[in-house]
Design a protein around this ligand. Sequence first.
Ligand code: ATP
Length: 301
Amino acid sequence: LVMPLGQLIGSYTQLQTGLGALARVQEVLALEPEHDEVPERPVAGRSPVVLRTPTGADPVPLLQLDGVGFGYPDGTAVLHDVSFAVPAGSRVALVGPSGAGKSTVLALVEGFYPLSAGAVRWAGTDVRELPRAALRARMGYVEQEAPVLAGTVRENLLLAAPDAGEEQLWQALSDVGLTGVVQRSARGLDVAVGDDGVLLSGGERQRLAIARSLLARPALLLLDEPTASLDARNEGLLRDTLAAAAADRALLVVAHRLSTVIDSDQIVVLDAGRVVAVGTHADLVDTSPLYRELATAQLLV
Ligand code: ATP
C-alpha cells in the first residue's frame, strides 16, 4: 500500500507543478503585443532613427532615467520619480531593501512595461522613439535566475553569438572564471549543462549566462545578482566577473550583496521606490543612514 500511495503523492505534486506552469503560459499568451515598436527602416515622411552609442568621453550619458514613475498593472505604484544616469563605460549599482523596486528598474530599462511617468533615455533620446530591437541588441540582460538552457556549454554560448570561434568561446568562459570547470570534462565545450553534465550551482549558471551576454558585445550589461546566498568563492568569482565585464562596457547591477558592488563608480540607493541617495561607497557610508545600515548589516563598515 505504501508504494502506490507514495506514487500517488508524487503524481499529485507533478500535477500541481504542471498546473502552475500552464497558468504562467496562459499569462504570457494573454499579454498584449508591444505596441510602441518603432520601425528600424525609415518610413516615408519620417526621418530615419539613428541609434547612437556614446563612448566614455561623451558628455551625454549612455543611459538615463528621468523622473521615472511606474506601477504594475495589477497593483499600486512601485517607482516614484526615479532619476539617475549610467555614463558610457561606467559601473552603476542599485541597492536597497527587498521590494524597493530594484529589479523593476531593470525591467523598465529593458522596455518590458510602459512607464507611467518620466522617460528612459539612450544617449539622450527617449527610448520610445528608438527601434526597440536595435536597442535591445546593445543591451545584455542577465536575470536573477540565470536562464541556462538544457544542452551543451557551446550551445548555450552560441545562442548569443552564432559566429563566435573556439577562441572567443574560451575567452568568454575565462572572463567569467568557468574555464576550469569546463576543462575538467573530457568533452570540453560539448559537455552538457544540467543534471547529467556540469555547471549545476546557481553561481556557475549565472556566470555562464553572463559569458553568453558578453559574447554579444553589448554596450550596457544589466545584471540582477542572485538573491540566493552564494558561497564565498562564488561571490569572489562574481566580483571578478563584473570587473572583467566592466572593462569595455557600462554595467548596471542590482546588488543584494554590497561586497560585489563596493567599487562601483556610483551606487544608487532605492527605498520604497524612491532614490534616497547616490554616491560612491565611501560617500554613502558618511551620508546615507540607510546605506550605512545595509553596509553595517553586511559587516562592511
Ligand atoms: P528584491 O531585493 O527582493 O529582489 P527588489 O528591490 O528587486 O526586491 P522588485 O522585485 O522590483 O523589488 O519589486 C518591487 C515591488 O513590485 C514589490 O512590492 C513587488 O512585490 C512588486 N512586483 C514585482 N514584480 C511584480 C510583478 N510582476 N507584478 C506585480 N507586482 C510586482
